[in-house]
Each structure stands twice: as structure tokens, then as C-alpha cells.
Design a protein around this ligand. Structure first.
Ligand code: ARG
Length: 396
């Protein structure tokens, strides 16, 4: 038996290596992906896996692919689950699932494994992607199966001489370029404000600079291509924006979220670049898309976000919606100016060669080109149905 395990290098997935060897008598190949997690030494992680007996280790830097095929569709879809969570963890899982399946096929493995628990969303995202890619692969979920508590895992690790990461965080954290997700520990009490030690990418708003920072983001067909007047590769743009917005305390989210398995959970996120880009992008659409497009798009955005959250990345409907999103972005080019100040963020300027805004039509001064008399006839017709309701009421 041969299994490809999604391996982060953390305690749980390290325990998984031994567990798979012991309980399934399977050879383990580990797979670690660089998604912009920050301070992650892939070489060290591979060494660790080898020491625990992995017969082969893979580590791949897939940041470019993550940006192009996962983050960009999320930007086009203004993706926010329950109008709040930018889906950082949710969109990364299908990418990991895809590589799990691909490497399993390449290596002639009969199974893949992940370290997600039985009550989270991540198991759903891994497994639906793998099944869509190769339904014949067996999927093993040791953490779901063993039901060990954190203390049990530490005990198991000690017994099997698995190194226990020092300075372990009191939270469960998942991070990538788009979002840092923080849960568990004291955060399970929904009344408890997260302490500063929960955050890594954002300065506390109180400690943020006393002067506002302006950023200008340039978009082309819905995709960010420039920052503060300079064209920058998108990967670099994301890092820079995370830094600039983070310094100003922008991007913290604290919410109750509905998991697919039916439970509500308290989630804390920090996603400075995502929050800024989504706000800027949406504003550019307000400027360049029609009212009809903007109103209807919102419905599909909701659906897209739900499908991404629920692990339906490869469901054909989601691809259909992506096609709609792509088409809608043809005119979404231009620049948005944001003002960041002590955790707050506001759009203060926008321009586009495809703008539908007309000063002549909007102005209240002498240059007004709007024909006010047209409004009279328009209102007669627009109000006709409700007028009929009024007449019916009068009759009674
Ligand atoms: N609640 C978020 C989601 O389902 C984040 C999950 C974070 N995962 C983790 N292992 N900490 O997308």
C-alpha cells in the first residue's frame, strides 16, 4: 500500500505519518505546498518527514498557480462567505487536493491522506476534489479516525519520537497569501476578544500610525496589476498590500460562521490584502458595470462563495459561474484609491477608461445635461402599478 499525505510539518500531520505506517502498514509519501504561509522552510519539513520514515517527499512552490487559478477567480467573484470571510483556507484546499491526486497517480499510490478533523470544512474540500479527479483513490483521514485530543497527540508523538514543535500556538492556524485563519483555544468563547497574540499580519489599530496611508490599486479586467502608480507582478502586489494594510491595522475579521457540517463556529481572520482588494474591486465594478449587472452578479457571488466554502470547487455549476464572472470583467479596468487609517479603510477615489459615470448627468450645477422633464413621464409609468393598488384600497 502506498499513500500520499498532505503534510504541513505540524504536529497533527506528523503524527499522521506514523499512524498511517502503524495502522495501515502503508508507505507514506508526503506532499507540502508553499502557498505563501510565511516562514516556512520546505527543506526542513522534508527532512522531518524523511526522519519519520516517509519513503519520498514532495515540496512545491505553487504560489503563482494559487494566485492565478484560485485567488483571481475569488476576486472576480467578490468572494465572501456569509458576506464576511474571504475564503482563504477554503480556496487553498482544492489546490492541495488536486496535487494529492496528481502525485498519487504519478507515484502509483492507491490512496491519499489528509489531517483534517471530522467536524471541519477542510475534509470536505480535500475529499470532493480528490474524488472529482480520481474516484478510485482511497481517502484516509487519520485525525478523523483516531479522535485524539491535543494532549493525546502530544503523548503519541513523545512515544514515537516525533518532534513536537516548540512555542506551539494556543490556536489552530491555517495561513496562505490570501488569509490567515485563527480558531480554537480561548476563541471558542464567542464573548472573548482575541488577544494580540492571535495576530501576526496586522498591527493593532490602536498602535497603527496616526496619519492615514493612501494606496492606489490598478486593475485590468478585474485583476490587480499595479500599486501606487507602478505595475507589479501580482504575487509581489499581494505581499506588499498585506504589509501596507496590515501596518494600518486593516483586515481583522471576527465572526460566527456556519460550517457545512451544521455547527456554528467562532472564527478570527486577518487578511489585509484580501479585504482591501475585494473592497476596491467591488467599487470598480460599481463604476464600470451596469446596475443590472451589479445587482444580478451579487446573487452569483453568493452562490460562488458558498460553493467554494462547501468544497464544490470542481462542481460544473461553479465553472459555469466562473465563465459568467470572466465575461463580466471585460470592462473592469481602472484605478481605486483607498485610505487606510487605524483599522479603517475607505474608498476615496476611482477612475476608469470604461467608467459609466457621467458628470454632465450627475451634476447639480449649471452644466446639468439631464432632462428633468423626462422624469415626469417616467414616474407616471413607473408608479402605475402601485397607483392601481392605491385605487383598489380607496374603493374599499
Ligand atoms: N473556518 C475556515 C474555513 O472553514 C478556516 C478553517 C481553518 N482551518 C484550520 N485548520 N485552522 O475555511
Amino acid at each position: 500500500m502506498k499513500t500520499v499525505l498532505a503534510y504541513s510539518g505540524g504536529l497533527d500531520t506528523s503524527v499522521c505519518i506514523k499512524w498511517l505506517q502503524e495502522h495501515y502498514k502503508t508507505d507514506v509519501i508526503t506532499l507540502t505546498l508553499e502557498l505563501g504561509q510565511g516562514e516556512k522552510d520546505l527543506k526542513e519539513i522534508e527532512d522531518k518527514a524523511k526522519k519519520m520514515g516517509a519513503i519520498k517527499t514532495y515540496s512545491l512552490d505553487v504560489r503563482e498557480e494559487f494566485v492565478k487559478d484560485y485567488i483571481n477567480p475569488a476576486i472576480k467573484a467578490n468572494a465572501l462567505y456569509e458576506n464576511k470571510y474571504p475564503l482563504g483556507t477554503a480556496i487553498a484546499r482544492p489546490l492541495i487536493g488536486k496535487y494529492l491526486a496528481e502525485i498519487a497517480m504519478k507515484e502509483g499510490a492507491d490512496s491519499v491522506a489528509h489531517g483534517a478533523t471530522g467536524k471541519g470544512n477542510d475534509q470536505v474540500r480535500f475529499e470532493l476534489t480528490v474524488r472529482a479527479m480520481n474516484p478510485d483513490l482511497k481517502i484516509l483521514a487519520p485525525v478523523r479516525e483516531w479522535g485524539l485530543t491535543r494532549d493525546d497527540s502530544i503523548k503519541y508523538a513523545k512515544e514515537h519520537s516525533i518532534p513536537i514543535p516548540s512555542g506551539k500556538s494556543p490556536y489552530s492556524v491555517d495561513e496562505n497569501l490570501w488569509c490567515r485563519s485563527i480558531e480554537a483555544g480561548v476563541l471558542e468563547n464567542p464573548m472573548k476578544e482575541p488577544a494580540e497574540d492571535a495576530f501576526r499580519w496586522t498591527t493593532s489599530p490602536q498602535e497603527a500610525p496616526d496619519k492615514p496611508t493612501y494606496v492606489e490599486i490598478e486593475f485590468e479586467k478585474g485583476i490587480p496589476v499595479g500599486l501606487n502608480g507602478k505595475r507589479v507582478p501580482e504575487l509581489e502586489l499581494l505581499y506588499k498590500l498585506n504589509e501596507i494594510c496590515g501596518k494600518n491595522g486593516v483586515g481583522r475579521i471576527d465572526m460566527i460562521e456556519d460550517r457545512l457540517v451544521g455547527i456554528k463556529s467562532r472564527e478570527v481572520y486577518e487578511c489585509p490584502a484580501a479585504v482591501a482588494l475585494l473592497e476596491a474591486h467591488r467599487e470598480l465594478e460599481r463604476l464600470t458595470l451596469t446596475r443590472e449587472e451589479n445587482l444580478f452578479k451579487g446573487i452569483l457571488e453568493n452562490k460562488w462563495s458558498q460553493m467554494a466554502y462547501f468544497g464544490q470547487w470542481l462542481e460544473p455549476l461553479k465553472e459555469d459561474i466562473d465563465a459568467f464572472m470572466d465575461k463580466s470583467q471585460e470592462v473592469v479596468s481602472g484605478m481605486i484609491r483607498l485610505k487606510l487609517y487605524k483599522g479603517g479603510m475607505i474608498v476615496v477615489g476611482r477612475e476608469s477608461p470604461n467608467s459609466l459615470y457621467s458628470l454632465a448627468l450627475a451634476t447639480y450645477d449649471k452644466k446639468d445635461a439631464f432632462d428633468h422633464k423626462m422624469a415626469e413621464g417616467f414616474l407616471k409609468l413607473w408608479g402605475l402599478p402601485i397607483e392601481m393598488v392605491g385605487r383598489r384600497k380607496m374603493k374599499k
